[in-house]
Design a protein around this ligand. Structure first.
Ligand SMILES: *Cc1c(COP(=O)(O)O)cnc(C)c1O
Length: 435
């Protein structure tokens, strides 16, 4: 014990090691010194030999300077809020790389003067939805709605159906969000039913707009009725449609999910949506609508408080113009192809563990297409592996169903199958070492 204390290598000695020095340049002094201190503590306590401290520091240093770790989403929920919703396409990742430096996000290289901020992303969005007279992008879906309420209904009324007064997650509710920027909620109808006449009677000089919210995370069944957007558009006030998930055009596998193009054609003055749900892009809020309405929002002082950053603009543009992002590929995945992948993975694991390919049911998740089952397939494993797979690098997160750990493949890009196999093999090897 005494000896270890005396022989523990000093910090400056460790920092002089060329490999640790290189890591310090890459990761910064804070992270490197934290790792050095941890290894020195273990050495002083006698848990690490003095000659092994350098290697322990190197082994403990992270790959990058973020504590966020990569996760393989094998939960069977495509858009998983806890995993940061949509994983970006490789085109969007490349775009982030460019935008990370100094760029012409708000500069015109031809004239040498100021340029329209994020014009590439705006043009791509406008091109994707020709029915929109103008478009704007803010930080997220909630910000889009807040900006609309602030600019169009501050100290005025927003008329909304009681059945559409939804909580969007983590305790946040749309009516409270609208009230927080000064709008007054005028609710109409009952939990299950509302008629055009209910809206018509509620509208007066104080009305800013009628809001139609897509109940994106639940379904009401039975004796229900709601009013179509096209009918609401006959009312003498603007209609704002919060479609939620961000489908820009109809999707054949999600027939009940509203989309921006149809909502605008039905007469919405403004559509709000999230960029990181079914669109499969970065977190942002999309605003599409009549040119004069969008212009009012864009020039409102509050717009500056919800302004989107250059990274988001770059990733959004690449999502819109590039190849289909992972979320879109996951929703379009064919169950028999997924089952084929599960079979191949299991064959490559059957020498070491009880792995079985099984059909499964996946969900869109993340506030999109509630009640829609996506046919999928999974690798079924012994449940004891769950915790170890979560602690690996990358972490693999599945879900336990009826006493088996299912690694659902719907949201795992096919190019990660090898990584998945390696992760399971590593867990089996670790268990062998332990027993
Ligand atoms: C997800 C969602 C929101 C909130 O969007 P964020 O991008 O999470 O801020 C608002 N309305 C609806 C209908 C949604 O589905």
């Amino acid at each position: 014990m005494k000896d270890h204390r005396r022989l523990t290598p000093r910090t400056d000695h460790l920092l002089a090691d060329p490999r640790i020095e290189a890591a310090a340049r890459r990761l910064g002094a804070t992270i490197t010194k934290r790792e050095i201190a941890a290894a020195q503590d273990r050495c002083r306590a006698g848990d690490l030999e003095p000659e092994d401290v350098t290697e322990a520091v190197l082994a403990g240093l992270p790959a990058t300077a973020t504590t966020m770790r990569p996760v393989i989403n094998a939960t069977g929920v495509v858009v998983h809020t806890n995993f940061g919703r949509a994983p970006l396409s490789s085109a969007a990742v490349d775009a982030l790389q460019v935008a990370a430096g100094t760029t012409d996000v708000e500069f015109d290289l031809d004239s040498g003067g100021r340029g329209q901020r994020g014009r590439g992303a705006m043009a791509a969005l406008a091109e994707a939805v020709p029915a929109a007279g103008a478009v704007h992008v803010v930080n997220n879906g909630a910000a889009a709605l807040a900006l609309a309420a602030r600019a169009l209904a501050a100290d005025r009324r927003v008329v909304v159906a009681r059945g559409e007064m939804v909580e969007i997650g983590d305790g946040f509710r749309i009516p409270e969000l609208l009230e927080s920027v000064g709008a007054v909620i005028r609710e109409v109808g009952t939990t299950n039913r509302v008629r055009l006449d209910d809206y018509a009677k509620a509208i007066d000089d104080e009305t800013g707009f009628v809001l139609k919210v897509h109940p994106s995370n639940f379904v009401v069944e039975g004796f229900t009725s709601s009013v179509l957007l096209a009918e609401l558009a006959t009312l003498p006030v603007p209609v704002v449609a919060d479609i939620g998930s961000g489908l820009l055009t109809p999707h054949p596998r999600l027939p009940d999910e509203p989309n921006a193009s149809a909502s605008l054609r039905a007469g919405a003055a403004l559509v709000t949506a999230s960029g990181d749900k079914l669109l499969g892009g970065p977190q942002c809020g999309l605003l599409l609508g009549k040119a004069d309405v969008v212009q009012r929002l864009r020039r409102h002082p509050f717009a500056r408080a919800v302004r989107v950053d250059k990274l988001t603009l770059a990733a959004l543009e690449a999502t819109l113009t590039g190849p289909p992002p992972p979320v879109v590929r996951a929703v379009d995945a064919q169950p028999d192809e997924l089952l084929h992948r599960a079979r191949v993975i299991c064959r490559r694991l059957d020498d070491i563990t009880d792995a079985r390919p099984v059909p499964s049911t996946a969900a869109v998740g993340g506030g999109g297409a509630p009640g829609v089952d996506l046919g999928s397939a999974a690798v079924s494993l012994p449940p004891e592996m769950a915790a170890q797979l979560r602690s690996g690098e990358p972490a693999v997160v599945g879900h336990v169903v009826q006493g088996r750990l299912l690694l659902d493949l719907v949201a795992v890009p096919a190019e990660y199958d090898g990584v998945l196999i390696d992760a399971v093999r590593r867990v089996v090897k670790e268990r062998e070492v332990l027993t």
